[in-house]
Design a protein around this ligand. Sequence first.
Ligand code: AMP
Length: 187
Amino acid sequence: MLKKIVLLGPPGSGKGTQARRLAETLGFLHLSTGDMLREEVKQNTELGGKAKRIMEKGDLAPDDLIAAMIESRLGPAGDGFILDGFPRTVAQAEALDKMLSDAGQAIDRAFLVDVSDEEVVQRLLGRARIEGRSDDTLAVITNRLEVYKRQTEPIVKYYSDGNVLTRINGEQQIEHVFADLEAAITR
Ligand code: AMP
């Protein structure tokens, strides 16, 4: 059983849904930096104020701030966890490796939930209509995709070079994506 898991994927890949379900099914900790930031916004904290402006543009929050947020929640990383939306830059991936290696641990597997650009745009526009997320307008969607390509996609190579990357076809039905992930984790 794999226990220390990263879920990677473009915005709209469905990784958040999968991470929540996997964590629930496997009894793992689910850590979503996007959820944490949205909670800060809701609570009107100082961090929330800064995060709101960044999120509305589809840009990324500063690496050190995000890494500290994760570190404070990871605790003794003995039990299973699923990281969702973190790391989003190579610097964050390196910070995560450092946090874990300081505790004699390492990531077991990084799964890339693979979805094409065209499909991502369609899904995000659909979600904008349904959920009214303020970071789902066309301009912001385009920026989020660009930010993903430029800043987050290099992590795919980082984990691939580290021999911990597994690609999952994210264009299947939700149930099938889940089954592929669960099988790979529990095999
Ligand atoms: P998400 O819900 O994962 O799509 O995240 C929503 C927004 O929160 C992103 O577009 C970023 O602005 C911000 N965010 C979430 N996770 C991170 C991260 N690991 N590093 C920097 N910014 C983040």
